[in-house]
Ligand binder design. Structure first.
Ligand code: UDX
Length: 436
């Protein structure tokens, strides 16, 4: 099947490479010519495991190419729309300017029978509005939300938990659903559930999934606040809760909270759209979810201040992590980097290290100190803060080794990812978040 993928960011580049890897003939389109050139050379423009390999295989097989010319989308059977929907400046809603621009540019190249499949996370109602513009071309608009996690994007795209497609209630809609089923036939044949819905439900599935995940994380972080006050341990609490199969242990990781390019902005846009629909009260809890999440960063900073007896100015603090989560170089709304910036704002001599995100972090926050080598960051530190649970810190850093490098054995575990007993046994003043 011939496909175009419009927008080659975290979502689109992976989608294009994954579709080519299962035998489709794919053209990826992006307005950023530098990015197109990298992709065309088979280089991933961002850190994503397996992506470079998949790109090179697709390009070498002649099934994958990248361009900045929208006209090259002409002739594809399915056009996947994968552009970004950031938060608007000065508000909580989603900024749809890239979606609108992509649709405008694509319109002249659509033919009757083509399928335009939106993948971007959009406010409910967007697909219907796009369909009104696309109708005169004879193409059909469907919505096919993406649920991929950064760091697992190739895995999640090739073996998704489910495939959802929202289609219009018409004969063309049924035909378009069959086209999407064919596009994903390898995953569907392997047992992936395939759900066909109306357009609005498909748009809502994505917002609702992100709202639920964010709520789960903030729920356990709210429990961490209570555990702190009560002298309990939130990680043991999460283990005990997680054994209840109705609850499950995943996404009950407590610490400095969620960030990244999706969850924070998506829950805000979801709430903003609910308000437009007159249902703001239905999602009032999402404001609390957001507020609990942001309080975690304050809490981590406070733990550092307390551990240093209030004397932060001029103290050397090693910050382990900058990416919003491991296996990513993404620093968008990274709680890790936010903690580092706040400590710097208090006058600390902050040294940030990260296996993948230093270049991105340094470009945005040149006021912070950086060390590519973990041990260089630790050397002579007055306190250590773990803010991204990379294996390099969680698994590979021994308390004895770190103890030989630092000035003070003070460690704040912002991700509750360390063995508290082992660190304490090695003479460290260990503080977790919601752990006694
Ligand atoms: C998320 C959703 O998982 C994905 O389905 C959606 O399509 C996009 O948003 P992603 O942003 O890649 O994906 O990251 P995810 O792995 O969900 O983590 C989001 C944030 O939550 C990270 O900052 C992570 O550190 C944090 N998190 C996650 C926790 O604090 N605790 C947890 O238990 C899990």
């Amino acid at each position: 099947m011939r496909m175009s993928v419009i927008g080659c960011g975290y979502l689109g580049a992976v989608h294009a490479a994954a579709m080519a890897s299962i035998g489709h003939d794919v053209i990826g389109i992006d307005v950023d010519e530098a990015k197109v050139a990298m992709l065309q050379r088979g280089e991933a423009p961002f850190f994503e495991p397996q992506l470079g390999e998949l790109l090179r295989q697709g390009i070498d097989a002649g099934r994958l190419r990248f361009t900045s010319r929208m006209a090259d989308a002409g002739g594809a059977d399915v056009h996947f729309l994968a552009v970004g929907t950031p938060q608007v400046q000065g508000g909580h809603a989603a900024d749809l300017r890239y979606v609108d621009a992509a649709v405008d540019a694509l319109l002249p190249h659509l033919r009757p029978g083509d399928v335009l499949a939106g993948k971007s996370t959009v406010p409910v109602g967007t697909a219907a509005a796009i369909a009104r513009r696309v109708d005169p071309t004879g193409a059909t608009v469907v919505w096919n939300p993406e649920f991929l996690r950064e760091g697992w994007a190739v895995h999640d795209t090739l073996t998704p938990d489910r495939i959802v497609v929202g289609v219009p209630d018409s004969a063309d809609g049924a035909t378009a659903a069959d086209t999407i089923r064919t596009a994903y036939s390898s995953a569907i044949d392997a047992g992936t559930p395939f759900l066909v819905t109306d357009l609005a439900t498909a748009e809502l599935v994505k917002g609702a999934a992100n709202a639920f995940l964010a709520t789960k994380i903030s729920f356990i972080n709210a429990m961490a606040e209570i555990a702190d006050a009560a002298g309990a341990d939130v990680t043991l609490l999460a283990d005990a809760l997680g054994h209840d199969t109705r609850i499950g242990r995943r996404y009950l990781g407590s610490g400095i909270g969620f960030g990244g390019g999706c969850l924070p902005k998506d829950i805000r846009a979801f709430a903003a759209r609910a308000e437009e629909l007159g249902r703001g009260e239905s999602v009032v809890f999402l404001r609390e979810v957001d507020a609990i999440n942001l309080r975690r960063r304050d809490r981590a900073v406070q733990l550092v201040i307390d551990a240093l007896d209030g004397r932060v100015f001029g103290r050397r603090i090693a910050v382990l992590g900058a990416a919003f989560k491991p296996f990513s170089d993404d620093i968008r709304d990274s709680p890790a980097l936010d903690v580092a910036v706040r400590l710097r704002g208090l006058g600390a001599d902050v040294i940030v290290t990260d296996p993948a995100a230093i270049d991105n972090a340094a470009a945005v926050h040149p006021q912070l100190g950086y060390a590519r080598d973990r041990d260089d960051a630790l050397r002579d530190a007055d306190a250590v803060v773990v803010v991204t649970e990379w294996d390099e810190y969680r698994r590979d850093l021994s308390p004895a080794h770190a103890g030989g490098l630092v000035r003070n054995r003070i460690i704040i575990d912002g991700r509750n990812c360390l063995d508290a007993a082992a660190w304490r046994a090695a003479g460290w003043n260990y503080r977790g978040m919601g752990r006694r």
